[in-house]
Design a protein around this ligand. Sequence first.
Ligand code: AMP
Length: 181
Amino acid sequence: MQARRHVALKDSIRSIPDYPKPGIIFRDITTLLSDPRSFRRAVDALVHPYAGGGIAQVAGIEARGFILGGAIAHQLSCGFVPIRKKGKLPHKTVKMAYALEYGTDEIEIHVDAVKPGDRVLLVDDLIATGGTATAAINLLKQIGAEIVAACFVIDLPEIGGAQRLRDLGVEVRTLMEFEGH
Ligand code: AMP
């Protein structure tokens, strides 16, 4: 039963070869989001370990982490905090640069997005190198959050990002794995 569910959820992901560039297989969650059963299953599975766990805020990474994170926060009856690409947040922020394959990018969070000691769950759709999530964790720690866990629908374990986070002492939960990049 459990295995059949898992396969069905994984089947709801659309894989697009050579997007956005040759050699990358883009794991598209829009097909999971548009299927009511898959969307609910994914959100329920991500919520379940943390229900009743005193989560104060879910922090979602722009942009797909907003969709999942909003639904998870609603289910947990907690707040939602956006972590955005640079230049999008209107109030005072803290920023963190992180490495991309070519160059760097920057994400930011409102300086007062959480209260010191708030228990925070970080959410994004996919973890690859873990660069984005590591930057997000650093931002959250800078503003005083206690990181309870980081959760993702998809893990690309060969790239090692989830292990990188675990090595930093962060609990990581993912719902499925895909081979390769
Ligand atoms: P990383 O920082 O390398 O862990 O990359 C994670 C971020 O890039 C997430 O926000 C993902 O949405 C996106 N991403 C990276 N690789 C893929 C992929 N193969 N398919 C879809 N999204 C990806």
